[in-house]
Design a protein around this ligand. Sequence first.
Ligand code: NAD
Length: 459
Amino acid sequence: MRLSVIGTGYLGATHAACMAELGFEVLGLDVDPAKIDALSRGELPFHEPGLSELLVKHVQSGRLRFTTSYQEVGDWADVHFVGVGTPQKAGESAADMRYVDAAVTSLAQHITRDALIVGKSTVPVGTATRLAGLIQATRAELELPGEVELAWNPEFLREGFAVKDTLHPDRLVVGVDSEHAEQVLRQVYAAPLAEGAPWISTDFETAELVKVAANAFLATKISFINAFSEITETVGGDITTLADAIGHDPRIGRRFLNAGVGFGGGCLPKDIRALQARVSELGLDRTMAFLNDIDDINLRRRDRVVDLAVQVLNEGAVEAPSTVLPGQKIAVLGVTFKPDSDDVRDSPALDVANRLFTAGADVAVYDPQGNRNAAGRFPRLDYVGSLEAAVTGADLAILLTEWDEFKQMDPAQIAPLMKHRAIIDGRNVLDAKAWTDVGFTHAALGHRFKLSIDEETAE
Ligand SMILES: NC(=O)c1ccc[n+]([C@@H]2O[C@H](COP(=O)([O-])OP(=O)(O)OC[C@H]3O[C@@H](n4cnc5c(N)ncnc54)[C@H](O)[C@@H]3O)[C@@H](O)[C@H]2O)c1
């Protein structure tokens, strides 16, 4: 069976290389010629552990090729996966469907044989039914040969684990309209099925909703613990212990209960907003209204980091604390939305770095993989090539993405490099005592921070 993958971004490039790894001949297509040139040379345009090796291996073997021609994929492939972007519309909450619509229309116009189109992009419920109609109408008008069907197969890969998640998925969900479509997809996923991956075959609407339900649940879990952070920051208490304690309950579970600067990336934020927009369109205005609060809690974490930075930098100041940070040097450690990725889309870390800069601070940014993408969005920040360069001469360091390199920092080695010993842990991954033992002022999200000056005054 020959497969095409339409849209070779994070999802599509991963899917294409992994399908080649499973033994299929694969043709990847994108409208971005620079991306296609790079991929054809075996160069991955983004960072994803283990993916580069697969890309090189299968480009060299000839099993994986890339093109910008819809004519070529339409004549060649039996199954076409569609993984183009569904970003948030500018100035609105809804998903921008123009890329999916364009990709599916182009396929419908160029397929010249029996084929199955398989949507993988995250879309508003009702999209697959609409697109199935579009495909049939387009093909009837052009009187093209071959039967073309549609299926929807949402993608659950996590950036940073994308290769493993694609080769060994924890479940496979397919929305199908015929026995034939299901059988084709069972053949495509024969290897993970043989490993025991759960197979959930359902209708279009359920398949579309499974994906947004999963993301809404995960976002809710993160904002839930972060809402409790607002309480422990006020009254005291240890947010990490609280998460551990409730996480032992198997009905709750510990994962996604790490208090910190919140969620971001190319999926969760836009997916919860698109879900609200879609249910409102359906007349269910109140149904997903709670997601507004989930979003608000998430965004308030960013304000909290900036407030903490002001508080920490004002420690010891005799006059009233300033709300601006002129000339203070702040080392921002991490700007990607999560570790092991170079993705800075809607990244809380990058947003905080920019807010600190806007407040007047001199911001030195270091991220093991994200500097280039971040500089594309906020070129005025000072991007440096190492952790040491970022912290040297800094008044404050703020950990915002939990890369291993930051989790393993030795406070004794960082201390002599800094002008003032102060650190904010935006992800609750540092051992506070190890830092305070070498003279650091340590603050963390979800923990009450009291200026030592307050304590002295109180005494
Ligand atoms: N990135 C993830 O971790 C992830 C996980 C699950 C689901 N998703 C979903 O997958 C979809 C893609 O996300 P992504 O992160 O890969 O986006 P991306 O922006 O990295 O990639 C999208 C690609 O589609 C290409 N494209 C746009 N219009 C096209 C067209 N008409 N024909 C061919 N190519 C076209 C773009 O040039 C780009 O390379 C989204 O719906 C997203 O929500 C992403």
